[in-house]
Design a protein. Structure first.
Length: 390
């Protein structure tokens, strides 16, 4: 059983008591859900550290890791077509739609690191909102606001049975169990399809275009990517139902740097800046970033370009870079130089002792250093940190 391996991942994590045992204090369940079936990265020390940050900052939350072996324990109406999805990404999308509907709580991909407790971010759920998530606005001057139709589900929280999750879950089940139009398994058909009226070469597979299940959470997002004949059954939330989705933007957004290239810059612990003459993965990505005290514990990262012939990078201040509650690390973006796949890093301590800016964020999150209090422990730890590219 794959789940037996989870014990090693959570060996340093104390499981919180059930919601029923501790009393319901909020409109949402204090559970963090994650889909944990990522092939060679399943037992990555990077993911181990991410899970540790979740528990370190949220001891009152349960952490539930789910994959094919236990998914029906939590989603009893999971259709059989789910098990025909070949790749983790659509299975993760399918899971998050169903689990928040059935149980509520917080869904996070395992490349979201926690730096602070989640509870303050979830206050809007107690105020009657269906969903709290983050928006597409990463600019510093954009305030938190209602999302409308554009929002992300790879990190989102919701109340059990909320109208948004209910409709999303209903629609993904309808899409995958329907009989598609003729030729629905053809890659040129952008719709999700597991059954067609004609013979298919491999009846055990489903055709799921990238992001198609994710888009079903919003009628606007779904229809803008489909022609009418490709849509199939899709129901909008009734106009009589008031839907409230809250988006965290600006400094509260989980993407201080789009795509996350900056996380893999070498970080000089003693001087609190990047070693700008190198990047572990992108040789032409040269920026000189310095930590700046902006008067509170959420220090900025002031980045200026180093001129190169092949890449022009505009100066930019990543405001409150060290003070976000959650960080999207973009493990799937490939900016880890193969480190997550090569087996070089077998234990979390191997990552903690590297000189990546990412490693520095992990150290601060888990309390190995205190960046907000003058970096009292940094010089002591500096002797133990490598300064060479892995």
């Amino acid at each position: 059983m794959v789940l037996l391996a989870f014990l090693a991942v959570l060996s340093s994590v104390t499981v919180a008591p059930s919601i029923a045992a501790q009393g319901q204090e909020h409109a949402y369940a204090q559970i963090i859900w994650a889909f944990y079936d990522y092939g060679n990265n399943a037992h990555s020390p990077f993911v181990d550290l991410v899970l540790q940050t979740w528990k370190h900052h949220n001891p009152e939350f349960e952490i539930k890791l789910v994959n094919d072996s236990n998914i029906r324990d939590y989603i009893p109406d999971m259709p059989e077509e789910y098990f025909r999805l070949l790749h983790p990404a659509p299975r993760s999308d399918f899971f998050r739609a169903g689990v928040i509907y059935h149980h509520g709580g917080v869904y996070m991909d395992t490349d979201f690191m926690a730096m602070k407790p989640l509870t303050p971010m979830l206050a809007k759920l107690d105020e009657g909102y269906d969903i709290v998530t983050y928006g597409t606005h990463t600019q510093n001057d954009i305030a938190d606001a209602d999302c409308g139709d554009q929002w992300s589900s790879n990190w989102h929280a919701g109340r059990k049975g909320n109208a948004v999750s209910a409709q999303w879950w209903k629609n993904v089940k309808m899409q995958l169990t329907r009989d598609c139009q003729q030729g629905g398994m053809n890659p040129s058909d952008r719709g999700a399809c597991c059954h067609t009226t004609e013979h298919e070469k491999d009846p055990h597979q489903c055709h799921i275009p990238f992001g198609s299940i994710e888009r079903m959470k919003s009628h606007f997002q779904f229809t803008r990517h489909k022609t009418p004949e490709m849509i199939g059954p899709f129901e909008k939330i009734s106009d009589d139902v008031t839907v409230k989705i809250w988006c965290l933007n600006g400094d509260h957004n989980m993407i201080p740097h789009v795509n996350g290239e900056v996380y893999w810059l070498p970080w000089n612990v003693k001087e609190q800046r990047t070693a700008y003459n190198q990047h572990f993965v992108l040789p032409n990505y040269k920026v000189n970033c310095t930590e700046v005290d902006n008067g509170n514990e959420a220090h900025d990262l002031d980045c200026g370009p180093v001129p190169t012939k092949r890449m022009v990078i505009k100066p930019r201040v990543l405001r409150s870079f060290f003070g976000r509650t959650v960080y999207h690390l973009f493990f799937s973006a490939g900016f880890h130089g193969g480190a997550m796949r090569t087996g070089k890093f077998r234990e979390p301590k191997d990552v903690l002792h590297k000189s990546w800016l990412l490693s520095e964020l992990f150290r601060r999150s888990l309390g190995y250093v205190d960046g907000a209090a003058g970096h009292k422990n940094l010089k002591h730890m500096a002797d133990k940190i490598e300064y060479h590219a892995p």
